[in-house]
Design a protein around this ligand. Structure first.
Ligand code: ZN
Ligand code: ZN
Ligand code: ZN
Ligand code: ZN
Length: 292
């Protein structure tokens, strides 16, 4: 196999390595020593990672990558969206692949965006964004109003317990608990036991009534804080005005939002409230997989 073959034979996920880096064995000796053991990994710096993004949609390029006869490139979804017309020169695009560009994007290895928080995972360019959504090193933000603390979830839970927890605002999986809140407080945070996960119950007051959401503050990593819940509301002194809301998979968020939700909420109409300024709810939270 020639050196050139070796250069381009790197596996999809390997770093760009070159076998046979020139090493003069003796002064004045022109002979190049090439052995498997002396593999030298060459690396460089690509200053503009944007070059690896589709010039049409600006998302990270992934295989297959197509090119027109003029050498303009586009990702496969852009080829489809543009009905196989190159946006730069209108020539057909979507048949011929640019294999070199495909190899290049796979050979660029980038760290998880949470590397600074301890994640050691590395990915081909673009794939790190898929991982980031379920990285267990994602920062979580303190849900206490006015607090700007953020950290890895376990440290946030400790912080919350130390700094913010009043008496009794906790939950135990599988048990019914109270979730009483003033609508004007906007948020009620329950913590599992001591130092455990935080569940934020939020209410959003609108003209027609109040929207209530339940979210766990945690990264969306597999197996981390997967809960289900059932929330019930009963209007004070009006047992006929009862409603409930539950999800078999509680949403997991890293930061609470104060935007009125568009999905996954309980809506309490204003006439149900009958002038009350608080919501007396009960909640039962279960760990997924431990439901009865
Ligand atoms: Zn594109
Ligand atoms: Zn073109
Ligand atoms: Zn990560
Ligand atoms: Zn805080």
């Amino acid at each position: 196999m020639s050196n050139a073959d070796q250069v381009f034979s790197g596996g999809a996920s390997s770093s760009y390595s070159v076998v046979g880096e020139e090493t003069a064995s003796e002064a004045g000796d022109d002979e190049v020593t090439v052995t498997e053991e002396e593999e030298v990994v060459r690396s460089g710096t690509l200053l503009e990672l944007d070059l690896l993004d589709c010039p049409v949609c600006c998302h990270a390029l992934t295989s297959p990558i197509f090119q027109c006869d003029n050498g303009h490139i586009a990702c496969s979804s852009c080829c489809t969206n543009l009905r196989n017309r190159c946006p730069s020169c209108a020539l057909p695009i979507g048949v011929y692949r640019n294999r070199m560009m495909e190899r290049l994007v796979e050979a660029i290895i980038v760290q998880c965006p949470n590397a600074k928080h301890g994640c050691t995972d590395k990915f081909s360019y673009g794939k790190e964004l898929i991982h980031e959504k379920e990285c267990s090193f994602a920062l979580c933000y303190c849900p206490a109003p006015g607090c700007n603390f953020s950290d890895l979830c376990n440290d946030l839970y400790l912080h919350y317990y130390d700094r913010h927890r009043g008496s009794g605002e906790y939950f135990r999986c599988g048990y019914d608990g109270q979730a009483w809140m003033h609508i004007s407080d906007k948020i009620l945070v329950l913590q599992e036991g001591r130092d455990g996960p935080l569940v934020a119950i939020q209410c959003f007051e609108e003209e027609q009534g109040v929207y209530v959401t339940v979210n766990c503050i945690t990264p969306c990593a597999p197996g981390v804080s997967e809960f289900s819940f059932q929330l019930t509301y009963s209007a004070y002194g009006a047992p006929d005005r009862t409603m409930s809301f539950g999800l078999s998979e509680m949403n997991r968020i890293q930061k609470v939002s104060f935007q009125t939700p568009e999905k996954d909420f309980m809506f309490v109409p204003r006439y149900f409230l009958n002038g009350q300024t608080n919501l007396k709810m009960n909640i039962c939270i279960r760990r997924r997989g431990e439901e009865q």
